[in-house]
Write a protein that binds this ligand. Sequence first.
Ligand code: ATP
Length: 239
Amino acid sequence: PPHTRQLRVEDLSVRYGGVRAVESVSFSIAPGEALGIIGANGAGKTSTLRALMGLVPRAAGTVRYGERNLTKASAHTMVRHGIGYVPEGRHVFSGLSVEKNLLLGGYSRGWRKANQEALDGVYARFPVLAEMAGRPAGALSGGQQQMLAIGRALMPKPSLVLLDEPSMGLSPKLVEEILDILTGLRAAGLSLLLVEQNAELAFGATGRCLVMENGRVVMEGDVARLRADDRVQRSYLGL
Ligand code: ATP
């Protein structure tokens, strides 16, 4: 059955010493919705995602997922409550096999059956990972490594997946493949939060986006409205 949890983030802020990287960012994601965050390098997108996930301290703000208040939750706790994370730059372990990389995202030791089921699910979604299961992750192409990073995040069966710039370093053809993957995740009922410098990908994969500049949300709207906006066209679509 589709999940029913809504994510609500209110007034999230991030500071690095004196640097105010994120200032009072608020948004919510309905069950099954895909939300994008676009913005230039350094706008605060990655910091927003990492603070949401509990990977950098939340200087202020609240995070709720469904009935739960996760404001103080660690990344590990976020994962336990159904939130998956695909880091910028993929961070797969190149010397380990594809399967070992997937298992690192899975349940703790002793959960053999759950892990086997989760592996089967990932292999069904990404058959190329099944073909390459025994190969070192370093032998995969960039696009396949991104697939592996997404597959690893899917191992604990999340209901919401946070993705940090999955298009990074990929050719336009592979970016199309990423779009297909994200479309498939949405079709499976997952909620998505997609951080992207590639506004085209964000607009293709989501229904609604935030635009960040200097740590703040400066614009928010449905993709159709943002696409039609002069400023968005000039600054983010290169038109
Ligand atoms: P990108 O994803 O393209 O790197 P971004 O929009 O995600 O950019 P952030 O990486 O979140 O932006 O950075 C926001 C601001 O915080 C920038 O001014 C950046 O220099 C600063 N910053 C990021 N990480 C740190 C850190 N560990 N220490 C100090 N400042 C940081």
